[in-house]
Structure formats: C-alpha cells, structure tokens
Design a protein around this ligand. Sequence first.
Ligand code: GAR
Length: 195
Amino acid sequence: MKNIAVLVSGGGTNLQALIDAEKSGIIKSGKINLVISNNPDAFALERAKKAGIKTVVCNKKELGSEFENKLISVLEENETDFIVLAGFMCILSEKFTSHFERKIINVHPSLIPSFCGKGFYGLRVHEAALNYGVKVTGATVHFVNEIPDGGEIIMQKAVEIKDGDTPEILQKRVMEEAEWKILPLSLEKVCSELK
Ligand code: GAR
C-alpha cells in the first residue's frame, strides 16, 4: 500500500473524486494519508478533514524561499510514496521535481500540448480554448517534471465544446466528463506499477 499525498489550492473537487474513488475501490494500490494546501482558506482542506485525512498548510507567502524545503520535509515525515497535484496552483522547481522523479502526477484541464504551461491554470485555460475557437478540449493527467505541464502523458480524455459555453460551463463539463474520471484511474495505474 503506497502513501499518497494530494497537493491542493482551491475547491478540491478533484481531491473529492480521489477520496470517492478510494472508497469505491477504484484506487486500491494506495491510500491518501495527507493533504497539503498552500492556501489556508482552500475548501479542499474541509473535504480532507471530513474524510479523516491529515491536513497541513504550507503557506508560500509566509515561507518564501523555504516553501519547497518545507513541502519536502512534511512529505518525508509522512512517508509519502506518491504525490498528486490536484488543482495545486504553484509551479514546482527542478529541485523539487527531481527529488520525486516519476512520483508526481498532475491533472490539467486541456488536451496537452494545447493551452498549457506557465499562465494556463484554472478558468484561464477554458477562456483560452473558447477564445481560440477549438471544438474539442479535454483533460490530461501527466507526470510532473521541471517543465510546467511538460512531463510524460499518462491519460487524456476529450470533451466537446458546445455553442453558448462560458469558461465556467466548460470548466464544469471538463471536470465531470474528464478530470474526475481520468485522475483516479491514472493514480491507480501509476501506483500499481510503482516498485
Ligand atoms: C481543475 O480544473 C484543475 O484541472 C485545474 O484547476 C482546477 C482545480 O479544481 N488545474 C490547473 O489548472 C493546473 N494547471 P479543484 O480544486 O476543484 O480540483
């Protein structure tokens, strides 16, 4: 059984999908034993507490240059084997990503390599897709390396764009039809393959 840490910043619907997938047996090779948020007000923290999962806040503003060192020490103290970025809005340096090589995955709300990289996060991704006028978007789960959204792709799922979509409507459809499905499936896949 692998110890899984989930890093969050906001609402935590992807965290909820992981908690539910663990309960329903979709995730069976690991257990979420830690949730870390950089944002003390993230609703994701409430979701974790309700599920009985330990929470830690690592406030980037307060920690400054010690932020990643603190993350690493909390992860090591909790014997983390695998890390999921689930709506975690901080870019991690090479020092951090190489410390956990092929042990970090991220969910991104577009079909990488479209609408990804620095500056593309949350609603901005969906705004960019609508502005460009693409007819299909989706979500991607990938390994995390030093290039933002640049690591090896694990799973992708396409989602149709419909007339009248707003960034908010599209975000919800991408979450429901893609993110909440492929994130748990990807986590189970990589955890079960982890030596
Ligand atoms: C999700 O759509 C996630 O894919 C996106 O932020 C949202 C977080 O929602 N992540 C990124 O844009 C990362 N580049 P949640 O807190 O409800 O899971």
